[in-house]
Design a protein around this ligand. Structure first.
Ligand code: AMP
Ligand code: MN
Ligand code: MN
Ligand code: MN
Length: 303
């Protein structure tokens, strides 16, 4: 099974604690999992304790919010040194914007006749960072929409009353912080951005020039066709391929842990040369069976 290199916990907008997330992953047969909460490393210490107990390899990661060409794109950093000063300072700045944005979303929804939304979203976030997902859950709870998806569509996206434009990190900053932390940068769920082919090639080109390592070819929000399209982009642009479910919790029954499809043929997995994957079956399935062991008493011929 491929490693799952993109998941969320209650440290951001997931609904399982890091411990419950890792227990569910282990039960589903996942052996290598990256916890990649939005803009925070806060869940990783708890996740590491659970991973050690469960015998699962935890890849320390984060999904950084980036503003590129006036849009929001996400960059997953993998194998991060959680003590890195530059990364922690950068995430601190993004979190400060998140906090201000939560208040601003609250003020805008208030003007639209929806009071106390920021306080309600903060309650749902239980002291961790506040994302639009928390507002979406709140408005569903208040009966203002049938689903989180509907809340996004009617309240939280561009042109809607609770929309606040992102002022996230630049692509250059995000990739710089990931590099400073000794990590690898993955362009998350590229098919989700709705870019034209020209604009996508532009983004992939800049991402690669800034030191980006991989495209997230297999994603919980990609179709099979998307995976083939981005496998080809990765090959043509000399980038590695990553795979991640983008799991947020059991509320989405159509997307579970342990069900990632394999990377399309011809991709080089980002984990191909990870030294800490000492279980070779996880790294690359060998196309040629290994030689059988020599018979007892066998003596090698002189070279
Ligand atoms: P934020 O980073 O706080 O702006 O929120 C982005 C998160 O909202 C994403 O990571 C998803 O978890 C969630 N999200 C974005 N768009 C939608 C949507 N249309 N329906 C449901 N959840 C969404
Ligand atoms: Mn999310
Ligand atoms: Mn994302
Ligand atoms: Mn994600």
């Amino acid at each position: 099974m491929s490693p799952d290199l993109h998941t969320h916990s209650t440290a951001s907008d997931g609904t399982l604690t890091p411990t419950l997330l890792l227990e569910r992953a282990a039960a589903a047969g996942v052996q290598v999992l990256a916890l990649t909460d939005h803009d925070t490393l806060a869940g990783l210490a708890e996740a590491a304790v659970a991973a050690a107990r469960l015998g699962l390899t935890l890849i320390p990661g984060a999904e950084l919010s980036v503003t590129w060409a006036g849009r929001t794109v996400h960059v997953v950093g993998l194998n991060l040194d959680t003590q890195c000063g530059a990364l922690n300072a950068g995430l601190g700045r993004i979190l400060a914007f998140r906090d201000w944005r939560a208040e601003e979303i609250g003020r805008r929804l208030d003007r639209h006749g929806i009071p106390d939304a920021c306080a309600g979203a903060r309650d749902l976030a239980r002291g961790t960072l506040v994302g639009r997902t928390h507002f979406a859950r709140l408005l569903v709870q208040r009966g203002l929409a049938a689903s989180e998806r509907e809340v996004f569509k009617h309240f939280l996206v561009q042109g809607k009353p609770g929309h606040v434009p992102g002022q996230w990190a630049t692509l250059e900053e995000a990739l710089g912080w990931i590099r400073a932390a000794g990590g690898q940068a993955v362009l998350a769920h590229p098919a989700r951005y709705g870019l034209t082919r020209t604009k996508m090639l532009d983004l992939i080109g800049v991402f690669r020039e800034l030191g980006g390592a991989a495209l997230e070819v297999v994603s919980g929000s990609h179709s099979k066709d998307d995976a083939f399209v981005f496998a080809r982009h990765a090959r043509e642009q000399g980038l590695l391929a990553s795979a991640g479910s983008d799991y947020h919790g059991p509320e989405c029954p159509w997307l579970d842990l342990g069900r990632l499809p394999a990377l399309p043929p011809g991709c080089t997995p980002i984990w191909a040369d990870w030294p800490h994957l000492d279980r070779p079956a996880l790294a690359l399935t060998p196309t040629v069976a290994p030689d059988p062991p020599p018979p007892p008493g066998w003596v090698p011929l002189p070279a």
